[in-house]
Design a protein around this ligand. Structure first.
Ligand SMILES: *Cc1c(COP(=O)(O)O)cnc(C)c1O
Length: 413
């Protein structure tokens, strides 16, 4: 049965038709699209065409299914966090364990898909930027598997902060390109990666790290992440005999959230996306795009955007580096306006408390990103008193150890 849930094909296609499908130009309502410099229009058109050819190709689907099972370790389990639920005296909390996916997070789900697409397109090289290095490591892993070159652009500020991930990428055979202009962080790394792609699009493909960027990435990355929701729905029903009452996930760009939400969009299930409130409401203190942002364009697509008066992306902050992006996926923007998904916030403090509580009570150290979703689920569980909540535990917290110890100690009370 579990095997069936991992189909990236007929079943996924069927679900895709029922959910908000972007139009030909990649718009989910008014969000998404392709806002590109003219030189990049042809290379992106090639990716759109290739993806539409390949998404229903039997060999492609079979290879992706094989890799998910035998390389990534899918399906990942759903786990009933009984002790955590009992301690919070409310609804029962279940965790979809994406932290057990190879490399420790959901990101490999779309990186393997992107790598496989590159292989089918006859490309030799994967190009991307990375902030904290998580996307870089997942992509370098996919590149190593497929025998492709990998070039990861990274600001030197981030290179210094994230030394272990830089080593991991290099160990996996990737080239890490230091970006030295501007603020020398993620935004400049994106520019640098785009330039490198523009100079070499015949040979290479640009790989985005979330459901963001120009069409077809929000569609393609969603389709690759859908496996999370399809598995989780089937596993949850098998375990409990029912659907969950609530499904929650943290939202940075929105890939893990859209992955799990996709499995439940047509069900009578409450869907909640949790964004980082960081230090508070002020500009530059959070990355809660849906709550404080307004419509704008960033990195080639339209979405809710945290921006200054001049329309430039605002500075963002969260203790979870995977969540601090001023934009958000176009499909999330659409789902917010339609009212199907509710977007809420969670502060650094609440994230910290959930991080320690899940570690102590269940023996699971979550990524700080995922701890945001857990934190809100605890609040929700107490409110609900009974019923069930399924949380997407997007990744494991090993990568966050240094940050946690330095800022919060070991959490002894
Ligand atoms: C990158 C990352 C996120 C945020 O990315 P989304 O595209 O919003 O899912 C969340 N959790 C973990 C563990 C991550 O590494």
């Amino acid at each position: 049965m579990a095997e069936q849930a991992t189909v990236h094909g007929a079943e996924a296609e069927h679900a895709a038709r029922r959910q908000a499908v972007p139009d030909e130009a990649g718009f989910f309502g008014k969000y998404g699209g392709q806002y590109l410099p003219p030189q990049l229009e042809a290379p992106f058109a090639e990716i759109v065409k290739a993806y539409h050819e390949i998404e229903n190709d039997a060999a492609f689907i079979a290879e992706l299914r094989y890799l998910r099972k035998h390389f990534q370790g899918r399906p990942t389990p759903v786990y009933h966090a009984r002790t955590l639920s009992l301690a919070n005296g409310g609804a029962q909390i279940y965790l979809k364990r994406e932290d057990l996916n190879h490399t420790g997070a959901h990101k490999l789900n779309h990186c393997m898909g992107e790598g496989l697409l590159a292989k089918y397109m006859g490309k030799k090289k994967l190009i991307a930027e990375t902030g904290a290095g998580q996307h870089g490591v997942a992509l370098a892993t996919a590149a190593a598997h497929f025998g492709l070159e990998c070039e990861i652009h990274m600001g030197i500020v981030d290179i210094e902060k994230q030394a272990p991930n830089v080593s991991r990428m290099q160990l996996l055979g990737a080239t890490v390109v230091p970006v030295t202009h501007g603020l020398q962080t993620l935004k400049e790394a994106v520019d640098s990666a785009f330039e490198a792609y523009l100079a070499d699009f015949e040979n290479s493909i640009y790989c985005i790290g979330s459901v963001v960027g120009p069409h077809p990435f929000p569609l393609m990355v969603r389709d690759f992440q859908k496996v999370v929701g399809m598995e989780a729905r089937e596993q949850f029903v098998e375990m409990t005999g029912n659907l969950p009452d609530v499904v929650e996930a943290c939202v940075g760009g929105g890939s893990n959230a859209i992955g799990i939400f996709s499995g439940f969009l047509d069900d009578p299930v409450e869907l909640i996306g949790v964004e980082p409130l960081g230090r508070g409401e002020g500009v530059g203190d959070n990355a809660a795009t849906m709550t404080y942002g307004r419509e704008g364009v960033i990195h080639g697509f339209r979405c809710y955007l945290l921006q200054d008066e001049g329309g430039e992306p605002a500075p963002v902050y969260s203790c979870a580096s995977g969540l601090d992006y001023p934009g958000v996926g176009p499909e999330h923007s659409y789902l917010k306006d339609s009212g199907r998904v509710q977007y809420v916030t969670c502060s650094d403090e609440a994230c910290r408390d959930a991080f320690f509580e899940l570690s102590r009570k269940e023996g699971i150290i979550p990524a700080l990103e995922s701890a945001h979703a857990v934190a809100h689920a605890l609040v929700k569980a107490r409110e609900m008193k009974t019923g069930t909540i399924l949380v997407n535990l997007s990744g494991r917290g090993d990568k966050d150890m240094d940050y946690v110890i330095e800022h919060w100690g070991i959490g002894a009370d």
